[in-house]
Design a binder for this molecule. Structure first.
Ligand SMILES: [Zn+2]
Length: 650
Protein backbone atom coordinates (compact mmCIF):
# COMPACT_ATOMS: atom_id res chain seq x y z
CA UNK A 1 0.00 0.00 0.00
CA UNK A 2 2.74 2.38 1.06
CA UNK A 3 4.74 1.49 -2.04
CA UNK A 4 1.75 2.15 -4.29
CA UNK A 5 1.21 5.56 -2.66
CA UNK A 6 4.87 6.41 -3.00
CA UNK A 7 4.91 5.38 -6.64
CA UNK A 8 1.84 7.56 -7.22
CA UNK A 9 3.48 10.49 -5.50
CA UNK A 10 6.63 10.12 -7.57
CA UNK A 11 4.56 9.94 -10.75
CA UNK A 12 2.64 13.07 -9.73
CA UNK A 13 5.86 14.91 -8.91
CA UNK A 14 7.22 13.95 -12.29
CA UNK A 15 4.13 15.26 -14.03
CA UNK A 16 4.32 18.57 -12.11
CA UNK A 17 8.01 18.83 -12.86
CA UNK A 18 7.47 18.07 -16.53
CA UNK A 19 4.79 20.77 -16.62
CA UNK A 20 7.01 23.35 -14.93
CA UNK A 21 9.81 22.32 -17.22
CA UNK A 22 7.78 22.76 -20.37
CA UNK A 23 6.28 26.04 -19.11
CA UNK A 24 9.75 27.35 -18.36
CA UNK A 25 11.01 26.18 -21.71
CA UNK A 26 8.10 27.82 -23.51
CA UNK A 27 8.66 31.04 -21.61
CA UNK A 28 12.39 31.06 -22.39
CA UNK A 29 11.88 30.33 -26.08
CA UNK A 30 9.56 33.30 -26.38
CA UNK A 31 11.80 35.50 -24.22
CA UNK A 32 14.89 34.64 -26.26
CA UNK A 33 13.01 35.41 -29.46
CA UNK A 34 11.76 38.79 -28.30
CA UNK A 35 14.53 40.14 -26.08
CA UNK A 36 17.14 40.71 -28.83
CA UNK A 37 14.53 42.52 -30.94
CA UNK A 38 13.48 44.74 -28.03
CA UNK A 39 17.10 45.38 -27.09
CA UNK A 40 17.92 46.25 -30.68
CA UNK A 41 15.27 48.99 -30.76
CA UNK A 42 16.80 50.53 -27.68
CA UNK A 43 20.37 50.18 -28.95
CA UNK A 44 19.52 51.78 -32.28
CA UNK A 45 17.86 54.71 -30.51
CA UNK A 46 20.84 55.03 -28.18
CA UNK A 47 23.26 54.96 -31.12
CA UNK A 48 21.32 57.64 -32.97
CA UNK A 49 21.26 59.87 -29.92
CA UNK A 50 24.90 59.44 -28.97
CA UNK A 51 25.98 60.25 -32.52
CA UNK A 52 23.75 63.35 -32.70
CA UNK A 53 23.55 64.77 -29.21
CA UNK A 54 22.02 68.10 -30.11
CA UNK A 55 18.93 66.49 -31.64
CA UNK A 56 16.05 66.78 -29.18
CA UNK A 57 14.07 64.25 -31.28
CA UNK A 58 16.87 61.70 -30.91
CA UNK A 59 16.97 62.33 -27.14
CA UNK A 60 13.20 61.89 -26.83
CA UNK A 61 13.27 58.73 -28.97
CA UNK A 62 16.06 57.28 -26.85
CA UNK A 63 14.21 57.99 -23.62
CA UNK A 64 11.03 56.42 -25.03
CA UNK A 65 12.97 53.35 -26.22
CA UNK A 66 14.64 52.99 -22.81
CA UNK A 67 11.32 53.08 -21.00
CA UNK A 68 9.77 50.66 -23.50
CA UNK A 69 12.61 48.23 -22.89
CA UNK A 70 12.16 48.57 -19.14
CA UNK A 71 8.47 47.81 -19.51
CA UNK A 72 9.22 44.74 -21.62
CA UNK A 73 11.70 43.54 -19.07
CA UNK A 74 9.43 44.13 -16.10
CA UNK A 75 6.80 42.02 -17.82
CA UNK A 76 9.33 39.25 -18.46
CA UNK A 77 10.37 39.46 -14.83
CA UNK A 78 6.75 39.07 -13.67
CA UNK A 79 6.26 36.06 -15.93
CA UNK A 80 9.51 34.53 -14.72
CA UNK A 81 8.39 34.99 -11.10
CA UNK A 82 5.14 33.17 -11.83
CA UNK A 83 7.09 30.08 -12.80
CA UNK A 84 7.53 29.47 -9.09
CA UNK A 85 10.20 27.16 -7.80
CA UNK A 86 12.62 26.26 -10.58
CA UNK A 87 15.20 24.39 -8.51
CA UNK A 88 14.54 21.09 -10.27
CA UNK A 89 14.83 22.51 -13.78
CA UNK A 90 17.98 22.09 -15.88
CA UNK A 91 20.81 24.35 -14.72
CA UNK A 92 20.72 26.35 -17.96
CA UNK A 93 17.04 27.26 -17.43
CA UNK A 94 17.53 28.06 -13.78
CA UNK A 95 20.37 30.42 -14.50
CA UNK A 96 18.48 32.33 -17.18
CA UNK A 97 15.35 32.63 -15.04
CA UNK A 98 17.38 33.78 -12.06
CA UNK A 99 18.93 36.56 -14.15
CA UNK A 100 15.58 37.61 -15.58
CA UNK A 101 14.11 37.88 -12.09
CA UNK A 102 16.76 40.32 -10.89
CA UNK A 103 16.75 44.02 -11.68
CA UNK A 104 16.92 47.43 -10.09
CA UNK A 105 13.97 48.90 -11.97
CA UNK A 106 11.79 51.24 -9.95
CA UNK A 107 8.26 49.98 -9.29
CA UNK A 108 6.78 53.48 -9.53
CA UNK A 109 6.45 54.30 -13.23
CA UNK A 110 6.66 58.08 -12.73
CA UNK A 111 9.85 57.74 -10.74
CA UNK A 112 11.20 55.42 -13.41
CA UNK A 113 10.63 58.16 -15.97
CA UNK A 114 12.20 60.73 -13.70
CA UNK A 115 15.33 58.58 -13.31
CA UNK A 116 15.55 58.07 -17.09
CA UNK A 117 15.36 61.84 -17.59
CA UNK A 118 18.02 62.49 -14.95
CA UNK A 119 20.42 60.09 -16.61
CA UNK A 120 19.90 61.59 -20.04
CA UNK A 121 20.34 65.09 -18.62
CA UNK A 122 23.63 64.20 -16.89
CA UNK A 123 24.83 62.37 -19.99
CA UNK A 124 24.00 65.37 -22.11
CA UNK A 125 25.76 67.84 -19.81
CA UNK A 126 28.89 65.70 -19.80
CA UNK A 127 28.91 65.25 -23.56
CA UNK A 128 28.10 68.78 -24.63
CA UNK A 129 29.91 70.96 -22.08
CA UNK A 130 32.69 73.11 -23.47
CA UNK A 131 35.17 75.37 -21.73
CA UNK A 132 35.59 79.01 -22.71
CA UNK A 133 39.23 79.86 -23.34
CA UNK A 134 39.85 83.49 -22.36
CA UNK A 135 43.08 83.84 -24.32
CA UNK A 136 41.71 82.72 -27.68
CA UNK A 137 37.99 83.42 -27.15
CA UNK A 138 37.23 79.89 -28.33
CA UNK A 139 35.22 77.12 -26.72
CA UNK A 140 37.25 74.01 -25.99
CA UNK A 141 35.75 70.51 -26.10
CA UNK A 142 36.88 67.71 -23.80
CA UNK A 143 37.84 65.64 -26.85
CA UNK A 144 40.11 66.53 -28.47
CA UNK A 145 40.93 70.08 -27.25
CA UNK A 146 41.33 69.73 -23.47
CA UNK A 147 42.58 66.17 -23.70
CA UNK A 148 45.32 67.30 -26.07
CA UNK A 149 46.39 70.13 -23.76
CA UNK A 150 46.61 67.72 -20.83
CA UNK A 151 48.64 65.29 -22.92
CA UNK A 152 51.04 67.66 -24.63
CA UNK A 153 51.51 70.84 -22.59
CA UNK A 154 54.31 71.03 -20.05
CA UNK A 155 53.36 74.48 -18.81
CA UNK A 156 52.15 74.35 -15.22
CA UNK A 157 49.62 77.18 -15.59
CA UNK A 158 48.15 76.01 -18.91
CA UNK A 159 47.65 72.53 -17.53
CA UNK A 160 46.02 73.95 -14.43
CA UNK A 161 43.66 76.11 -16.50
CA UNK A 162 42.53 73.14 -18.59
CA UNK A 163 42.22 70.87 -15.53
CA UNK A 164 40.21 73.40 -13.54
CA UNK A 165 38.24 74.67 -16.53
CA UNK A 166 36.75 71.26 -17.25
CA UNK A 167 35.82 70.59 -13.63
CA UNK A 168 34.35 74.04 -13.02
CA UNK A 169 32.30 73.83 -16.22
CA UNK A 170 30.85 70.36 -15.81
CA UNK A 171 30.86 69.45 -12.09
CA UNK A 172 28.47 71.94 -10.47
CA UNK A 173 25.85 71.40 -13.20
CA UNK A 174 25.77 67.69 -12.42
CA UNK A 175 25.98 67.88 -8.63
CA UNK A 176 22.26 68.37 -7.79
CA UNK A 177 21.15 65.89 -10.44
CA UNK A 178 23.54 63.31 -9.06
CA UNK A 179 22.01 63.50 -5.59
CA UNK A 180 18.54 62.79 -7.03
CA UNK A 181 19.97 60.02 -9.22
CA UNK A 182 21.47 58.35 -6.13
CA UNK A 183 18.15 58.52 -4.26
CA UNK A 184 16.09 57.08 -7.11
CA UNK A 185 18.64 54.41 -8.06
CA UNK A 186 18.73 53.27 -4.45
CA UNK A 187 14.95 53.16 -4.32
CA UNK A 188 14.92 50.98 -7.46
CA UNK A 189 17.49 48.64 -5.94
CA UNK A 190 15.49 48.40 -2.69
CA UNK A 191 12.29 47.75 -4.64
CA UNK A 192 14.09 44.61 -5.83
CA UNK A 193 15.49 43.42 -2.53
CA UNK A 194 18.97 44.97 -2.55
CA UNK A 195 20.23 47.11 0.28
CA UNK A 196 21.31 49.82 -2.17
CA UNK A 197 22.26 50.40 -5.82
CA UNK A 198 25.95 49.63 -5.19
CA UNK A 199 24.99 46.22 -3.77
CA UNK A 200 23.01 45.61 -6.97
CA UNK A 201 26.07 46.45 -9.07
CA UNK A 202 28.29 44.17 -7.00
CA UNK A 203 25.83 41.29 -7.40
CA UNK A 204 26.94 40.93 -11.04
CA UNK A 205 30.18 39.38 -9.78
CA UNK A 206 28.42 36.45 -8.10
CA UNK A 207 30.63 36.68 -5.00
CA UNK A 208 29.73 37.78 -1.49
CA UNK A 209 32.98 39.53 -0.77
CA UNK A 210 33.85 41.70 -3.76
CA UNK A 211 35.08 44.70 -1.70
CA UNK A 212 37.35 42.44 0.36
CA UNK A 213 38.53 40.63 -2.72
CA UNK A 214 39.58 43.77 -4.61
CA UNK A 215 41.05 45.34 -1.48
CA UNK A 216 43.32 42.32 -1.08
CA UNK A 217 44.36 42.39 -4.72
CA UNK A 218 45.16 46.09 -4.38
CA UNK A 219 47.14 45.72 -1.14
CA UNK A 220 49.33 43.20 -2.91
CA UNK A 221 50.02 45.66 -5.74
CA UNK A 222 50.32 48.85 -3.72
CA UNK A 223 54.07 48.68 -2.88
CA UNK A 224 54.92 48.47 -6.58
CA UNK A 225 52.57 51.36 -7.40
CA UNK A 226 54.29 53.43 -4.75
CA UNK A 227 57.72 52.69 -6.25
CA UNK A 228 56.44 53.94 -9.58
CA UNK A 229 54.82 56.98 -7.95
CA UNK A 230 58.02 57.83 -6.07
CA UNK A 231 60.16 57.68 -9.19
CA UNK A 232 57.70 59.74 -11.28
CA UNK A 233 57.46 62.36 -8.52
CA UNK A 234 61.26 62.52 -8.33
CA UNK A 235 61.45 63.13 -12.08
CA UNK A 236 58.56 65.62 -12.13
CA UNK A 237 60.16 67.64 -9.34
CA UNK A 238 63.07 68.30 -11.68
CA UNK A 239 60.63 69.75 -14.22
CA UNK A 240 58.21 71.60 -11.93
CA UNK A 241 59.40 73.35 -8.73
CA UNK A 242 55.82 73.04 -7.42
CA UNK A 243 56.28 69.27 -6.99
CA UNK A 244 57.55 68.42 -3.50
CA UNK A 245 59.63 65.32 -2.97
CA UNK A 246 57.56 63.86 -0.13
CA UNK A 247 54.07 65.08 -0.95
CA UNK A 248 51.19 64.01 -3.19
CA UNK A 249 51.69 65.00 -6.86
CA UNK A 250 49.58 67.86 -8.27
CA UNK A 251 46.92 66.04 -10.28
CA UNK A 252 47.28 68.04 -13.48
CA UNK A 253 50.92 67.11 -14.19
CA UNK A 254 50.45 63.47 -15.18
CA UNK A 255 49.45 63.90 -18.80
CA UNK A 256 45.79 63.01 -18.34
CA UNK A 257 42.65 64.88 -17.27
CA UNK A 258 41.99 62.35 -14.48
CA UNK A 259 45.60 61.28 -13.73
CA UNK A 260 44.42 57.76 -14.56
CA UNK A 261 47.04 56.91 -17.16
CA UNK A 262 50.46 58.54 -17.28
CA UNK A 263 51.73 57.38 -20.65
CA UNK A 264 51.77 60.91 -22.04
CA UNK A 265 54.53 62.05 -19.68
CA UNK A 266 56.82 59.24 -20.71
CA UNK A 267 59.37 61.67 -22.18
CA UNK A 268 59.72 63.36 -18.76
CA UNK A 269 60.39 60.14 -16.91
CA UNK A 270 62.17 58.02 -19.53
CA UNK A 271 64.64 55.78 -17.69
CA UNK A 272 67.37 55.76 -20.37
CA UNK A 273 67.87 58.07 -23.30
CA UNK A 274 68.78 55.51 -25.91
CA UNK A 275 68.63 55.68 -29.68
CA UNK A 276 66.22 52.81 -29.73
CA UNK A 277 62.78 54.37 -30.24
CA UNK A 278 59.55 52.95 -28.86
CA UNK A 279 57.51 55.96 -29.96
CA UNK A 280 54.62 54.40 -31.85
CA UNK A 281 52.81 57.70 -32.36
CA UNK A 282 55.77 59.16 -34.19
CA UNK A 283 56.21 56.02 -36.29
CA UNK A 284 52.52 56.07 -37.28
CA UNK A 285 52.62 59.71 -38.22
CA UNK A 286 55.91 59.29 -40.12
CA UNK A 287 54.39 56.45 -42.11
CA UNK A 288 51.15 58.36 -42.78
CA UNK A 289 48.95 55.79 -41.11
CA UNK A 290 45.22 56.24 -41.52
CA UNK A 291 42.44 55.48 -39.05
CA UNK A 292 41.24 52.70 -41.35
CA UNK A 293 44.70 51.12 -41.20
CA UNK A 294 44.61 51.12 -37.40
CA UNK A 295 41.36 49.17 -37.59
CA UNK A 296 42.76 46.80 -40.20
CA UNK A 297 45.93 46.06 -38.21
CA UNK A 298 43.89 45.48 -35.07
CA UNK A 299 41.56 43.06 -36.81
CA UNK A 300 44.51 41.21 -38.34
CA UNK A 301 45.86 40.45 -34.86
CA UNK A 302 42.59 38.73 -33.90
CA UNK A 303 42.63 36.89 -37.24
CA UNK A 304 46.19 35.73 -36.60
CA UNK A 305 44.84 33.88 -33.56
CA UNK A 306 42.47 31.94 -35.79
CA UNK A 307 39.42 34.12 -35.15
CA UNK A 308 37.07 35.04 -37.98
CA UNK A 309 37.13 38.27 -39.99
CA UNK A 310 34.77 40.95 -38.71
CA UNK A 311 31.32 41.09 -40.34
CA UNK A 312 31.32 42.79 -43.71
CA UNK A 313 30.91 46.60 -43.55
CA UNK A 314 31.75 46.65 -39.85
CA UNK A 315 33.77 49.83 -40.26
CA UNK A 316 31.07 51.52 -42.34
CA UNK A 317 28.45 50.80 -39.70
CA UNK A 318 30.77 52.11 -36.98
CA UNK A 319 31.67 55.72 -36.25
CA UNK A 320 35.45 55.88 -36.31
CA UNK A 321 36.21 59.60 -36.55
CA UNK A 322 34.70 62.78 -35.16
CA UNK A 323 32.25 63.99 -37.79
CA UNK A 324 32.14 67.61 -38.92
CA UNK A 325 29.16 69.59 -37.71
CA UNK A 326 27.64 66.90 -35.51
CA UNK A 327 27.69 66.78 -31.73
CA UNK A 328 28.91 63.29 -30.88
CA UNK A 329 29.78 61.44 -27.67
CA UNK A 330 33.44 60.70 -28.31
CA UNK A 331 34.16 58.41 -25.36
CA UNK A 332 35.19 55.16 -27.04
CA UNK A 333 32.60 52.40 -26.92
CA UNK A 334 31.71 49.05 -28.48
CA UNK A 335 28.12 48.15 -29.33
CA UNK A 336 26.20 44.91 -29.61
CA UNK A 337 23.05 45.66 -31.59
CA UNK A 338 21.74 42.13 -30.84
CA UNK A 339 20.26 41.31 -34.26
CA UNK A 340 21.67 40.79 -37.74
CA UNK A 341 21.52 43.40 -40.47
CA UNK A 342 19.19 42.98 -43.42
CA UNK A 343 22.13 41.46 -45.25
CA UNK A 344 22.41 38.78 -42.55
CA UNK A 345 25.56 40.16 -40.88
CA UNK A 346 25.92 40.35 -37.12
CA UNK A 347 25.43 44.03 -36.28
CA UNK A 348 28.23 45.15 -33.97
CA UNK A 349 29.84 48.59 -33.99
CA UNK A 350 32.52 50.79 -32.51
CA UNK A 351 31.96 54.45 -31.78
CA UNK A 352 35.11 56.44 -31.14
CA UNK A 353 36.72 59.65 -32.39
CA UNK A 354 39.96 57.97 -33.40
CA UNK A 355 43.15 59.87 -34.02
CA UNK A 356 46.36 58.45 -35.39
CA UNK A 357 48.49 57.85 -32.30
CA UNK A 358 49.59 55.25 -29.79
CA UNK A 359 46.65 55.88 -27.45
CA UNK A 360 44.07 55.15 -30.14
CA UNK A 361 46.06 52.20 -31.42
CA UNK A 362 45.71 50.57 -28.01
CA UNK A 363 42.12 51.77 -27.52
CA UNK A 364 41.09 50.24 -30.86
CA UNK A 365 42.41 46.88 -29.63
CA UNK A 366 40.46 47.36 -26.41
CA UNK A 367 37.18 48.10 -28.18
CA UNK A 368 37.69 45.35 -30.73
CA UNK A 369 38.13 42.91 -27.85
CA UNK A 370 34.55 43.74 -26.88
CA UNK A 371 33.43 43.22 -30.48
CA UNK A 372 34.99 39.74 -30.69
CA UNK A 373 33.41 38.83 -27.35
CA UNK A 374 29.99 39.91 -28.72
CA UNK A 375 30.52 37.81 -31.82
CA UNK A 376 31.75 34.74 -29.97
CA UNK A 377 28.83 34.56 -27.53
CA UNK A 378 26.28 35.70 -30.13
CA UNK A 379 24.45 32.35 -30.22
CA UNK A 380 24.01 32.08 -26.46
CA UNK A 381 20.53 32.71 -24.97
CA UNK A 382 19.93 36.44 -24.44
CA UNK A 383 20.72 36.49 -20.73
CA UNK A 384 24.07 34.82 -21.36
CA UNK A 385 25.12 37.30 -24.02
CA UNK A 386 27.51 39.07 -21.69
CA UNK A 387 30.91 38.48 -20.20
CA UNK A 388 31.64 35.99 -17.42
CA UNK A 389 31.94 38.99 -15.13
CA UNK A 390 32.16 42.65 -16.17
CA UNK A 391 35.97 42.64 -15.85
CA UNK A 392 36.27 39.89 -18.47
CA UNK A 393 34.75 42.08 -21.14
CA UNK A 394 37.26 44.82 -20.47
CA UNK A 395 40.22 42.44 -20.37
CA UNK A 396 39.99 40.80 -23.81
CA UNK A 397 41.33 43.54 -26.07
CA UNK A 398 43.79 44.66 -23.42
CA UNK A 399 45.23 41.16 -23.24
CA UNK A 400 46.05 41.35 -26.93
CA UNK A 401 47.47 44.84 -26.42
CA UNK A 402 50.08 43.33 -24.12
CA UNK A 403 51.36 41.33 -27.08
CA UNK A 404 50.88 44.12 -29.60
CA UNK A 405 52.79 46.62 -27.45
CA UNK A 406 55.95 44.54 -27.21
CA UNK A 407 58.70 46.19 -29.26
CA UNK A 408 59.37 42.76 -30.76
CA UNK A 409 55.87 42.69 -32.26
CA UNK A 410 55.91 46.35 -33.32
CA UNK A 411 59.11 45.69 -35.23
CA UNK A 412 57.49 42.67 -36.86
CA UNK A 413 54.53 44.68 -38.18
CA UNK A 414 56.75 47.52 -39.34
CA UNK A 415 55.79 50.05 -36.68
CA UNK A 416 59.23 50.36 -35.12
CA UNK A 417 62.23 50.64 -37.37
CA UNK A 418 65.19 51.37 -35.19
CA UNK A 419 64.57 49.32 -32.09
CA UNK A 420 67.65 47.64 -30.72
CA UNK A 421 67.00 45.02 -28.09
CA UNK A 422 68.99 45.53 -24.90
CA UNK A 423 68.43 45.89 -21.16
CA UNK A 424 67.97 49.66 -21.29
CA UNK A 425 65.43 49.56 -24.11
CA UNK A 426 63.66 46.80 -22.21
CA UNK A 427 63.32 48.92 -19.07
CA UNK A 428 62.12 51.87 -21.17
CA UNK A 429 59.46 49.70 -22.73
CA UNK A 430 58.32 48.37 -19.34
CA UNK A 431 58.18 51.90 -17.96
CA UNK A 432 55.89 52.88 -20.80
CA UNK A 433 53.57 49.98 -20.03
CA UNK A 434 53.62 50.72 -16.29
CA UNK A 435 52.65 54.35 -16.86
CA UNK A 436 49.53 53.09 -18.59
CA UNK A 437 48.66 49.98 -16.64
CA UNK A 438 50.10 50.28 -13.15
CA UNK A 439 49.36 53.99 -12.73
CA UNK A 440 45.74 53.11 -13.49
CA UNK A 441 45.26 50.57 -10.69
CA UNK A 442 44.41 52.81 -7.70
CA UNK A 443 42.19 54.96 -9.89
CA UNK A 444 40.36 51.88 -11.16
CA UNK A 445 39.82 50.83 -7.58
CA UNK A 446 38.76 54.07 -5.92
CA UNK A 447 35.99 55.25 -8.28
CA UNK A 448 33.56 52.59 -7.12
CA UNK A 449 34.81 52.71 -3.57
CA UNK A 450 33.52 56.27 -3.62
CA UNK A 451 30.27 55.28 -5.31
CA UNK A 452 29.65 52.22 -3.12
CA UNK A 453 29.93 54.52 -0.10
CA UNK A 454 27.70 57.16 -1.70
CA UNK A 455 24.97 54.58 -2.43
CA UNK A 456 25.33 53.10 1.03
CA UNK A 457 24.92 56.56 2.55
CA UNK A 458 28.33 56.45 4.23
CA UNK A 459 29.31 59.45 2.11
CA UNK A 460 26.70 62.19 2.48
CA UNK A 461 25.88 64.63 -0.32
CA UNK A 462 27.56 67.36 1.78
CA UNK A 463 30.82 65.35 1.59
CA UNK A 464 30.76 64.30 -2.06
CA UNK A 465 33.80 66.29 -3.11
CA UNK A 466 35.89 66.17 0.05
CA UNK A 467 35.55 62.38 0.28
CA UNK A 468 36.39 62.08 -3.40
CA UNK A 469 39.63 63.91 -2.81
CA UNK A 470 40.36 61.99 0.37
CA UNK A 471 40.30 58.77 -1.66
CA UNK A 472 42.18 60.27 -4.60
CA UNK A 473 44.97 61.43 -2.31
CA UNK A 474 45.08 58.36 -0.16
CA UNK A 475 45.18 55.80 -2.99
CA UNK A 476 46.70 57.64 -5.93
CA UNK A 477 48.96 60.06 -4.07
CA UNK A 478 47.69 63.06 -6.02
CA UNK A 479 46.14 66.34 -4.89
CA UNK A 480 44.11 69.06 -6.62
CA UNK A 481 46.23 71.94 -7.95
CA UNK A 482 43.66 74.47 -6.72
CA UNK A 483 41.45 74.47 -3.66
CA UNK A 484 38.26 72.49 -4.09
CA UNK A 485 35.07 72.82 -2.06
CA UNK A 486 31.61 71.31 -1.79
CA UNK A 487 30.44 73.76 -4.46
CA UNK A 488 32.46 71.61 -6.85
CA UNK A 489 31.63 68.11 -7.96
CA UNK A 490 34.84 66.67 -9.34
CA UNK A 491 33.53 63.07 -9.57
CA UNK A 492 31.08 64.41 -12.16
CA UNK A 493 34.01 65.36 -14.40
CA UNK A 494 34.71 61.66 -15.10
CA UNK A 495 32.55 60.06 -17.79
CA UNK A 496 31.44 56.93 -15.96
CA UNK A 497 29.94 58.78 -13.00
CA UNK A 498 27.31 60.95 -14.76
CA UNK A 499 26.86 58.13 -17.29
CA UNK A 500 25.94 55.53 -14.67
CA UNK A 501 28.64 53.05 -15.71
CA UNK A 502 30.21 50.96 -12.93
CA UNK A 503 33.99 51.11 -12.80
CA UNK A 504 35.45 48.31 -10.68
CA UNK A 505 35.38 46.19 -13.87
CA UNK A 506 38.43 48.12 -15.09
CA UNK A 507 40.42 47.32 -11.97
CA UNK A 508 39.41 43.68 -12.26
CA UNK A 509 40.29 43.65 -15.97
CA UNK A 510 43.73 45.12 -15.29
CA UNK A 511 44.44 42.12 -13.08
CA UNK A 512 42.76 39.56 -15.35
CA UNK A 513 44.49 40.65 -18.55
CA UNK A 514 47.88 39.65 -17.15
CA UNK A 515 46.48 36.29 -16.07
CA UNK A 516 45.05 35.80 -19.57
CA UNK A 517 48.33 36.94 -21.10
CA UNK A 518 50.42 34.53 -19.08
CA UNK A 519 48.17 31.58 -19.89
CA UNK A 520 48.03 32.50 -23.59
CA UNK A 521 51.83 32.85 -23.73
CA UNK A 522 52.20 29.42 -22.21
CA UNK A 523 49.85 28.00 -24.86
CA UNK A 524 51.79 29.83 -27.56
CA UNK A 525 54.89 28.01 -26.35
CA UNK A 526 56.68 31.25 -25.49
CA UNK A 527 59.86 30.95 -23.45
CA UNK A 528 61.27 34.07 -21.86
CA UNK A 529 60.24 36.98 -19.68
CA UNK A 530 56.49 37.52 -19.71
CA UNK A 531 56.73 41.15 -20.85
CA UNK A 532 58.45 40.12 -24.07
CA UNK A 533 55.83 37.60 -25.11
CA UNK A 534 53.59 38.12 -28.11
CA UNK A 535 50.91 35.57 -28.91
CA UNK A 536 50.66 36.81 -32.52
CA UNK A 537 49.79 33.94 -34.87
CA UNK A 538 49.26 31.45 -32.05
CA UNK A 539 46.12 29.54 -32.97
CA UNK A 540 46.55 27.41 -29.81
CA UNK A 541 46.21 30.51 -27.66
CA UNK A 542 43.40 31.82 -29.88
CA UNK A 543 41.47 28.57 -29.54
CA UNK A 544 41.49 28.61 -25.74
CA UNK A 545 40.68 32.32 -25.60
CA UNK A 546 37.73 31.71 -27.94
CA UNK A 547 36.49 28.79 -25.82
CA UNK A 548 36.46 31.06 -22.79
CA UNK A 549 34.66 33.87 -24.62
CA UNK A 550 32.08 31.62 -26.28
CA UNK A 551 30.71 30.74 -22.84
CA UNK A 552 29.51 34.29 -22.37
CA UNK A 553 27.74 34.47 -19.03
CA UNK A 554 26.39 30.93 -19.20
CA UNK A 555 28.67 29.71 -16.38
CA UNK A 556 30.03 31.39 -13.24
CA UNK A 557 33.24 33.25 -14.09
CA UNK A 558 35.69 30.88 -12.34
CA UNK A 559 34.69 28.26 -14.90
CA UNK A 560 35.41 30.62 -17.76
CA UNK A 561 38.70 31.63 -16.18
CA UNK A 562 39.65 28.00 -15.76
CA UNK A 563 39.13 27.31 -19.49
CA UNK A 564 42.07 29.54 -20.35
CA UNK A 565 44.21 29.67 -17.22
CA UNK A 566 43.50 26.42 -15.38
CA UNK A 567 42.83 28.56 -12.32
CA UNK A 568 39.57 29.58 -10.69
CA UNK A 569 40.71 32.65 -8.77
CA UNK A 570 41.86 36.15 -9.62
CA UNK A 571 45.55 36.55 -9.01
CA UNK A 572 47.96 39.51 -9.21
CA UNK A 573 50.95 37.18 -9.60
CA UNK A 574 51.17 37.45 -13.42
CA UNK A 575 50.98 41.26 -13.27
CA UNK A 576 53.80 41.34 -10.75
CA UNK A 577 55.81 38.86 -12.79
CA UNK A 578 55.35 40.96 -15.94
CA UNK A 579 56.67 44.10 -14.26
CA UNK A 580 59.23 42.39 -12.03
CA UNK A 581 62.30 43.69 -13.90
CA UNK A 582 60.95 47.23 -13.63
CA UNK A 583 60.11 46.79 -9.94
CA UNK A 584 63.72 45.76 -9.29
CA UNK A 585 65.02 48.65 -11.38
CA UNK A 586 62.84 51.16 -9.50
CA UNK A 587 64.12 49.88 -6.15
CA UNK A 588 67.68 50.22 -7.34
CA UNK A 589 66.99 53.80 -8.47
CA UNK A 590 65.56 54.72 -5.08
CA UNK A 591 68.49 53.04 -3.38
CA UNK A 592 71.08 54.99 -5.35
CA UNK A 593 69.26 58.34 -5.69
CA UNK A 594 67.79 58.23 -2.21
CA UNK A 595 64.46 59.88 -3.00
CA UNK A 596 61.42 59.43 -0.77
CA UNK A 597 58.51 57.01 -1.15
CA UNK A 598 54.89 57.47 -0.05
CA UNK A 599 53.13 60.68 0.96
CA UNK A 600 51.78 62.04 4.26
CA UNK A 601 48.29 60.58 3.79
CA UNK A 602 49.71 57.16 2.95
CA UNK A 603 53.30 56.68 4.13
CA UNK A 604 55.57 53.72 3.42
CA UNK A 605 56.28 51.02 2.50
CA UNK A 606 59.19 50.80 4.87
CA UNK A 607 61.32 48.09 3.27
CA UNK A 608 64.89 48.95 2.38
CA UNK A 609 65.14 49.46 -1.42
CA UNK A 610 68.83 48.58 -1.25
CA UNK A 611 67.98 45.05 -0.19
CA UNK A 612 66.86 43.74 -3.53
CA UNK A 613 64.94 40.48 -3.64
CA UNK A 614 66.41 38.04 -6.09
CA UNK A 615 63.48 35.75 -6.72
CA UNK A 616 60.32 36.27 -8.70
CA UNK A 617 57.20 37.05 -6.70
CA UNK A 618 55.21 33.97 -5.87
CA UNK A 619 52.62 33.85 -8.59
CA UNK A 620 50.62 31.00 -7.18
CA UNK A 621 49.45 32.50 -3.92
CA UNK A 622 45.89 33.66 -3.69
CA UNK A 623 44.87 34.10 -0.08
CA UNK A 624 41.41 35.42 -0.73
CA UNK A 625 38.48 33.22 -1.35
CA UNK A 626 37.00 34.55 -4.56
CA UNK A 627 34.91 31.59 -5.46
CA UNK A 628 31.36 32.51 -6.32
CA UNK A 629 28.67 31.95 -3.77
CA UNK A 630 25.75 29.84 -4.80
CA UNK A 631 22.93 31.95 -3.53
CA UNK A 632 24.15 35.30 -4.81
CA UNK A 633 21.90 37.46 -6.86
CA UNK A 634 22.84 37.34 -10.50
CA UNK A 635 21.39 40.41 -12.05
CA UNK A 636 23.90 41.85 -14.37
CA UNK A 637 21.86 42.52 -17.37
CA UNK A 638 20.23 45.89 -17.09
CA UNK A 639 23.34 47.93 -17.31
CA UNK A 640 20.64 50.39 -17.15
CA UNK A 641 18.96 53.01 -18.95
CA UNK A 642 21.75 55.09 -20.35
CA UNK A 643 24.33 52.67 -21.64
CA UNK A 644 22.97 49.20 -21.53
CA UNK A 645 25.05 46.82 -23.62
CA UNK A 646 27.52 49.47 -24.63
CA UNK A 647 31.01 48.83 -23.38
CA UNK A 648 33.30 51.70 -22.96
CA UNK A 649 36.92 52.52 -22.68
CA UNK A 650 38.06 53.37 -19.19
ZN1 LIG B 1 35.84 48.71 -22.60
Amino acid sequence: MFQVALAGLIALTQIVLAETNSKAEEFLIEFNRRAPLEANVKEVASWKYSTNLSSSEAAAAFKAASLAFDTFFEEAKRNASQLGNVEDLPEEFQRQIKFIRESSTLKDVQKREKLASLKIEMQNIYSSTEVYDQTTGKNLSLFPDLTDIMASSQTFVDLKTAWQGWRDAVGPKIRQLYKQYVELSNEGARDNGYTDYGAYWRSWYEVDNLPELVENLWRDLEPFYKELHAYVRYKLAKEYPQVKGNDAIPAHLLGNMWSQSWGEIYSLVEPYSVNSSIDVTKAMQDKNYTIEEIFRITESFFESLGMKKLPEKFVERSLIRKPEGLDVECHASAWDMYVKTKGGKKDVRIRQCTEVNDYWFVTTHHEMGHIYYFLLYWDQPYMFRDSANPGFHEAVGDTLSLSVSTPQHLVKIGLLDNYVEDKEADINSLMKMALKNVAFLPFGYLIDQWRWSVFEGKIKPSEYNSEWWRLRTSYQGIKPPVERSEKDFDPGAKFHIPNDVPYIRYFVSHVLQFQFHKAACRLAGFKGPLHQCSIYKSTEAGKKISEMLELGKSKPWPEALEKLTNKRTMDVGPLKEYFWPLDLWLRSQRCSLNYKIGWPENPGPSYDPCVVPTTLPDTETSPVNNQPNDGAAHAWYLVLIAVFSVLLGC
